[in-house]
Ligand binder design. Sequence first.
Ligand SMILES: NC(=O)c1ccc[n+]([C@@H]2O[C@H](COP(=O)([O-])OP(=O)(O)OC[C@H]3O[C@@H](n4cnc5c(N)ncnc54)[C@H](O)[C@@H]3O)[C@@H](O)[C@H]2O)c1
Length: 462
Amino acid sequence: MDLLSKLHDRSAVVSVIGLGYAGLPLAMAFVDAGFRVLGVDVNPTRVSELNRGESPVEDVASQRLQDHVSAGRFRATGDYAELAHADTITISVPTPLGRGHLPDLSFIESAVDSLAPVLRREQLVVLESTTYPGTTEELIQPRLEAGGMRAGTDFYLGFAPERIDPGGTTSGDLTFKNVPKLVAGATPLCVERVAALYRAVVDTVVPVTSLKTAEMAKLVENAFRMVNVGFANEVALWCDQLGLDVWEVIDAAATKPFGFMPHYPGPGLGGHCIPVDPYYLVWKLKTLDYPARFIELAGEINRSMPAFVVSKIQAALERHGRPLRGSKVLVLGAAYKRDVADTRESPSLDVLSLLIEHGAGAQFHDPHVSSVSVVLSERALAHSEGSLAATRGPSSSSHKEAVKQMERVDLWPAAAEADCVVVCTDHTAYDWETLASRARLIVDARNALRHVSHPRAEIVKL
Ligand SMILES: NC(=O)c1ccc[n+]([C@@H]2O[C@H](COP(=O)([O-])OP(=O)(O)OC[C@H]3O[C@@H](n4cnc5c(N)ncnc54)[C@H](O)[C@@H]3O)[C@@H](O)[C@H]2O)c1
């Protein structure tokens, strides 16, 4: 039976390489659509926990995973050889930045190099990882064709960017199913098969004319968010200069029913995507000697926000007659966004690091995160108490840094004792009324306490 027929009657074996925040929900969506799904991951701990029905991702309930595992509809493995039995292979491995904000494609390269020896005729390979325009065609296709098979005739190759919104697409009106999916292929036959695969799991599939267009569209989506958040953060800095409440200003502007889309400021940008992916485009454009000015500027502003938050803390404490050095500061929220446990690139970690650098007694609480690794600069090192997990950087380097392991503290005793509480992440689990009644001074970088009517604490907004 050919691939299209197998996709149509759901007899195709679907596989996903990389079972993280993006790959696992996708794998579950394929199971829900009626396919047998094989998940491949190089992390043996992850493979075992998934096969035990324990989900590491908030958007996938363990019960749902357990049901699929016990029914034999989903299984995880670390063995690429098993992919010989798969009809489709979606790659969803990390695409982080290396030093100097350069793309780190090592995860994609490693996945493709492990896949290439087991690739067989009629299989469909789709990249979902976010990356620069040209990756699928210039990096993946030659590696998969090295054994002699050709994309579009012997096997099929496509790109279909992931649009998951962790903690977001499982609530409200947006679901995995109703968010349209962009698809592209190396040839028209490839596009047809990528579209057929995704039509099984999403309502609307949007084919585009080239792999590069789909890769670029994903980066434009992420750059749009990064630049607009950067603009909102810049507006917060302007409002601070002008003595205005940025939240009121943005909400006032948002009453215009056309031509304005509200974005809000915060302690900075975090997560694996928005602060990271646009630099893939910056790098690609640099190879063409062209600057990505909006991205560079927005990145600069967003990265300055943790220091701005710390300056607000410092000023607020000084008004209370206390220097930042030696003050107890409790950071609420270590995750980069509401209701997730993901601390990658989280600005909360930068706030913690800066607080330590200024000699404050920094602590954190997050209902979803029990410990964090905070990268300390050399200056922060001098003020760090306790043991350090590791030291980074060559011994000859003048920019040495170390990683400090911090454990979550108990919320209410710490909030009552703190000289200042800083709201970096507005998790819905937090009870803002109680916080405002127990803390003395709160710096609210998310406007989370906007509905609190009679706070005991002084509340300082961003
Ligand atoms: N997290 C998101 O919200 C999101 C949204 C849209 C797009 N994306 C993109 O999806 C991709 C994956 O991101 P993520 O957040 O799911 O990452 P993640 O770190 O949560 O998961 C990646 C998984 O891939 C595994 N892995 C790494 N190398 C592997 C290899 N060679 N073979 C098999 N498994 C391997 C890891 O062990 C891990 O379990 C990235 O390109 C990211 O930019 C992520």
